[in-house]
Ligand binder design. Structure first.
Ligand SMILES: [Zn+2]
Length: 734
């Protein structure tokens, strides 16, 4: 039976994943930290001091890398017709879309051989066979999944989709292959499996789909999996749907803020960016009103997940999801969230009080801060602190300039350089993609990063990192270099000038390149655990760390230059920018704690005998968030990450706690220190998921990583930024 297109995507997120287990969360890393407000245009007067003039600063020229990225590549049919052609990602099989069928056939045939080998007393360790199986399938599945999503030509996209469907069929077959499971299990028992940690990961993946159970129980698990795939997919589709309401349901004074169709008004979001309080409130209440269909899809999914976890011997779905992670148990996650929540209470209250003061100045007749106000006032305060429009920063962040900054960082920290490479005709899926070779000063080429950075019709509007090929030590002793894609949606870059990034855009670029560097610097022996293919709550550490680099004056000073005058960013702008990034950080973090706690409660041990999801939301909001629940709303019906992250939404907070510990301990004083970079590479990045995360972090940080230490690290981060903000405020007000 064929699975539908969307089901295949969801396979990455849910249960059918043994051999492409890594793909379920890191197949592509859609970033949850982008679950933030949009930036708005300032509409209020500038209040703080004035800008200093720049004088006597050296004006240098752009590097070849910066020049390459400051020009958007275009197709050159005349020139290209004279050159040799290759296939996508330089794979000769993919000169034409028909090549996907060959790739798929080859993968299926290799898989059959490997199953045969594994089940007939193999001479090499079982882990080696399993990793080869995983590599064989991932190489087709990862590539096909990316092409399906990103290729602008429909015949390529649909050939890739066919390959995805075939591979998911093979994966299903492997998941239920008793002989294969028993061969692995017995080799683990005998101690002949090879790498113990990886063998256990493979075994755990198998057992998550219930293969160790009696046939009737296993069938139940399979049926529940199917149900979860279907209801989860429908819930995710429903979560983003605009709401249509009769005109009469919208207060007359705010109707002009919404679009209308006939007699109906269409509400397509929460209007967090709107300066009119009444419109924000109306949008919030209408968009987040309870939805009967979403309610039932969510309840069904959560119950099915709980039942499936129980059958597989777990107390809750959360325990099952968290087992192989840094936090190891859901009890640890809850403890982390509780300690952090306590830490945040007073700190967030200071933020909310300041926002309320702002609100009273704007609308003296409204005396309570509400959920729909926080993104608006956070943005307003940031813009006031910046003193200039966000757009005034962009000329200092041309795409080429930022790439030069990244290259500088790579050279200083790791002795690697990013080299823009010419592509052969046919290698890319779109003419405006760049290719970077990542070259170490003594080790040579480490891998390739394809940069698909510009928006185009049909391309997902989401920042993302895709693994196309994982790193792996090959039997002949050579290393299979990783290949990844970094995807953003920048505009510009045409003849009018280079793409200019907003301050937030710079963070996002550094974040995604952080994932790519994790892949490039990874040298794990097995591809199943190479680079970003590690526990979800560890995977964001390298990318969050890169955001700290992108917020450090010492780093920005080295690369932020005006794209026309090439003058460095004025110092006061630089300090305002770095400080503004952390304004109202406590209230923002409290919101993330609330979301994470909600996700844990929904997937927790009492999932089967609780009341409605809205009652749980009210209770959790009261306990974890400083602003009140709004009657007759059901925010959870819009929270699609409940499906995609299922009990792992907390991961970003944990990763951030770890990243802050790393930054604070090794980089804060001297961000561009080579020995600290080398230590990060050898101690953390090179291992990917090859070492259990607790041990990896203990060895690298030289301390235990516990719920307590991480919750305190995050509080410490907030205090550090607050002190910095206070200092900048004082200087600016002089
Ligand atoms: Zn990320």
């Amino acid at each position: 039976m064929r699975r539908s297109l969307k089901t295949v995507v969801l396979i990455q997120y849910t249960e059918y994943f043994l051999f492409i287990y890594v793909c379920k969360n890191l197949f592509y890393l859609f970033d949850i930290n982008k679950f933030k407000m949009k930036l708005l245009k300032p509409t209020w007067p500038i209040r703080f001091g004035h800008r200093k003039k720049v004088t006597n600063r050296s004006v240098s020229t752009w590097s070849p890398l910066a020049t390459a990225f400051n020009t958007r590549p275009t197709s050159r049919p005349m020139f290209d017709s004279m050159r040799e052609r290759t296939g996508l990602f330089n794979k000769p099989e993919l000169i034409s879309f028909e090549g996907f069928a060959n790739l798929k056939e080859q993968a299926i045939s290799t898989t059959d051989q490997l199953i045969e080998e594994a089940t007939s007393n193999p001479t090499r360790p079982m882990v080696e066979i399993f990793d080869e199986l995983s590599d064989t399938l991932c190489k087709v599945a990862d590539l096909a999944e990316f092409v399906r999503i990103a290729h602008p030509q429909s015949h390529f996209a649909s050939a890739a989709e066919d390959a995805c469907i075939s591979v998911s069929g093979v994966v299903e077959k492997l998941n239920t292959h008793k002989g294969l499971y028993e061969a692995l299990r017995d080799s683990v028992r005998r101690g002949t499996s090879g790498d113990q940690h990886l063998a256990e990961l493979f075994l755990f993946d198998f057992e998550q789909s219930g293969i160790q159970l009696a046939e009737s129980r296993r069938r139940q698990v399979v049926a529940l999996n199917d149900l979860i795939l279907q209801t989860g997919q429908r819930f995710m589709a429903g979560a983003a749907k605009p709401r249509r309401v009769p005109r009469s349901a919208v207060p007359a004074n705010v109707r002009q803020f919404f679009s209308s169709e006939g007699d109906d008004i269409i509400v397509s979001g929460v209007y967090a960016e709107c300066g009119e309080a009444a419109a924000r409130e109306a949008a919030y209440r209408l968009y987040l009103a309870p939805d009967a269909s979403q309610h039932s899809l969510l309840a069904t999914t959560l119950e099915a997940r709980h039942e499936m976890a129980s059958i597989c011997g777990f107390q809750s779905y959360a325990d099952r999801a968290i087992k192989a992670s840094t936090m190891e148990t859901s009890a640890n996650v809850r403890q982390f969230l509780d300690i952090l929540s306590d830490n945040l209470y007073d700190r967030a209250k200071i933020d909310f009080d300041a926002m309320l003061k702002m609100k009273k100045q704007e609308t003296p007749y409204l005396d309570q801060l509400m959920c729909w106000d926080t993104p608006y006032f956070t943005h307003k305060a940031k813009t006031q602190l910046l003193n200039v429009a966000n757009s005034d920063f962009s000329p200092y962040f041309s795409l080429g300039g930022c790439m030069e900054g990244l290259n500088m960082l790579c050279e200083e920290l790791y002795g690697i350089s990013l080299k823009a490479e010419e592509m052969l005709p046919g290698e890319s899926w779109s003419p405006d993609v760049y290719k970077l070779g990542v070259v170490h000063e003594s080790e040579g080429l480490l891998g390739y990063i394809y940069c698909d950075l510009y928006e185009r019709p049909g391309k997902p509007h989401q920042d993302c990192h895709f693994t196309i090929q994982g790193g792996k030590l090959l039997p002949d002793g050579s290393y299979q270099n990783p290949i990844v894609v970094v995807m953003l949606s920048l505009s510009g870059g045409h003849r009018s000038g280079p793409a200019l990034l907003s301050a937030g855009g710079v963070d996002n670029l550094f974040h995604e390149v952080g994932h790519a560097l994790h892949s490039m610097l990874g040298r794990a022996t097995h591809q199943h655990v190479s680079g970003t293919r590690c526990a979800t709550d560890l995977a964001e550490v390298p990318s969050v760390l890169m955001e700290y680099f992108a917020s450090s004056p010492q780093v920005i000073r080295r690369f932020a230059r005006h794209f026309q005058t090439r003058e460095p960013m004025p110092e006061d702008m630089l300090h305002r920018l770095c400080a503004s990034k952390h304004l109202f950080g406590a209230s923002e973090m409290q919101l993330q704690v609330f979301y994470s706690a909600l996700d844990q409660h929904y997937h927790g041990p009492d999932a089967s005998h609780r009341g409605s999801t809205t009652e749980v939301l009210q209770r959790v909001q009261k306990q974890y968030y400083g602003l009140p629940y709004v009657e007759n709303t059901a925010w959870q019906h819009r929270f699609s990450h409940l499906i995609g992250y299922g009990a792992k939404y907390y991961s970003y907070l944990i990763s951030r706690g770890i990243a802050w510990s790393v930054w604070h301990k090794y980089f804060q004083q001297q961000p561009l220190c080579r020995s600290a970079g080398e230590n990060l590479r050898q101690g953390l990045l090179r291992h990917g998921g090859a070492v259990p995360p607790q041990k990896l972090l203990r060895d690298y940080l030289q301390e235990d990583v516990t719920p307590n230490t991480l919750a305190n690290a995050l509080a410490e981060e907030l205090d550090h930024h607050k002190d910095h903000l206070d200092t900048v405020f004082k200087i600016l007000q002089k």
